[in-house]
Design a protein around this ligand. Structure first.
Ligand code: PLP
Length: 425
């Protein structure tokens, strides 16, 4: 019986929504909250939500919007104030061409990078067509492709979580419409060097594919430099461009709850289509919050938050190293993704037991690599990816004192379980 058929007395849930896997992040999030509600002290290293306060200019702009009754529907593509501010920001931060190229016309405001990605995937692919995703990935990708009926294929990553480029050709056929890249990556923190970004971009050009670039963590890089494929795309005439750049207001501006992000589109018809997709998917974005976004991106201060994160990145790496685990520090992002297989536990067992015994919430890697199998009878089943199932993800964008406490508890847990796995007691 299919899960959506499991209701003899009532209507069935659609197959796509019934099979969509639940995010491992939210599973642990809920378990951690249940423990906290029961009075336990839980160190929350699970959710990727930088603990900084929202910059005052953003809350003031939002409050000003309410005070001046700017609380009505706005243009589907986004408010002019927000689009202009984003276009200026993209020019300052990414050398986006303009104004002769109408850089403002390339910007679509979205309900977070989440909705931007959802729209981008559906703009690129019809149901039954395929998209290439990294083997270790942010779980919402698989939910989004499942809901849209898009077939994901996964390119492998090496020991340093860099893409295995020959896979791109091996996985591509007549149904393939797009490649998705995410640098710096959630969960791995891998940052793709320029030659890798160029190789992926050139591949998409040769094969006539879209390239969706999820740049949610572009402002948080600790080693090396963030390279966006948008810069490569802008070297070509507009009609040949193919990169859809997705950006988040959430992480760079400590504004996760405001639910805003934006897309940089390659062409006018893409802007128009994404704006039209905002009609059913958002019903237009919140007016006061878009004014907050305009104030937020109007000042380039994300580097201050990156510098504060750098200290925690270092601290987290040092304590984890003392625990005896071997890993490459992430070059960017806000997570460590570490192989805990020396403990002899699976990632799920590790995360559940760590939460229960030490009160530390981390996310099992099994949730970052689910591999679907599409069965002939319409069922879709998901198996954890082998590469990610050995790892857990911990977020270091939390207050230093809590981070120190949480990682120390985790290191103690690892040390005792590794000793058991090695037969030492
Ligand atoms: C890789 C990645 N892309 C996109 C997003 C979505 O961000 P937003 O809060 O803007 O929807 C996240 C959020 O965690 C993410 O980790």
């Amino acid at each position: 019986m299919l899960p959506h058929d499991d209701h003899p007395h009532g209507p069935a849930i659609s197959r796509r929504s019934a099979v969509m896997p639940r995010s491992a992040i939210r599973r642990i999030f809920n378990a951690a909250i249940a423990l906290q509600d029961a009075g336990r002290d839980v160190v929350r290293l699970d959710i990727g939500d930088p603990d900084f306060d929202l910059p005052a200019r953003i809350s003031e702009a939002v409050a000003g919007a309410f005070a001046s009754h700017r609380t009505h529907y706005s243009a589907m593509v986004g408010m002019p104030e927000a689009r202009n501010a984003i276009a200026d920001h993209m020019e300052r931060r990414f050398n986006m061409p303009g104004p002769d190229e109408d850089r403002y016309g390339r910007i679509v405001v979205n309900q977070g990078a989440t909705q931007a990605l959802n729209s981008a995937m559906q703009l690129c692919c019809d149901a039954g067509e395929s998209i290439l995703l990294p083997e270790v990935y942010w779980p919402n990708y698989i939910q989004q492709v499942t809901l849209a009926g898009i077939r994901p294929r996964f390119y492998r990553v090496d020991d340093n979580f860099q893409p295995h480029l020959p896979d791109l050709a091996a996985l591509t056929d007549g149904t393939t419409r797009a490649v998705l890249m995410n640098s710096p990556s959630n969960p791995t923190g891998a940052l793709f060097p320029e030659e890798t970004v160029r190789a992926i971009y050139d591949f998409c050009r040769e094969r006539g594919l879209w390239l969706i670039s999820d740049e949610a963590y572009c402002d948080f890089v600790y080693e090396g430099e963030h390279v966006s494929p948008l810069a490569l795309d802008w070297e070509h005439p507009v009609e040949e461009r193919r990169v859809i750049g997705v950006f988040s207001f959430s992480k760079s501006y400590a504004a996760t709850g405001l639910r805003l992000g934006w897309t940089v589109t390659p062409r006018d018809d893409v802007t128009l289509t994404l704006a039209t997709m905002n009609e059913p998917l958002t019903g237009s974005l919140t007016t006061p919050l878009q004014l907050g976004l305009a104030a937020g991106v109007g000042v380039e201060d994300a580097a201050e938050r990156r510098d504060a994160l750098r200290g925690r990145w270092q601290l987290c790496g040092e304590i984890l190293t003392e625990s005896g685990l071997s890993f490459d520090p992430p070059a960017g992002g806000i997570f460590y993704f570490v192989d805990i297989s020396p403990t002899g536990m699976s990632a799920d067992e590790f995360a559940d037991t760590l939460l229960e015994q030490e009160g530390v919430a981390v996310v099992p890697g099994s949730g970052f690599g689910l591999q679907p199998t599409f069965h002939e009878d319409g069922r879709v089943t998901f198996a954890p990816g082998e590469r990610s199932a050995r790892c857990v993800r911990l977020c270091f964008a939390v207050a230093e004192e809590r981070l120190r406490e949480g990682v120390k508890r985790m290191a103690r847990f690892i040390a005792s379980h590794t000793a058991v796995a090695n037969g030492a007691g």
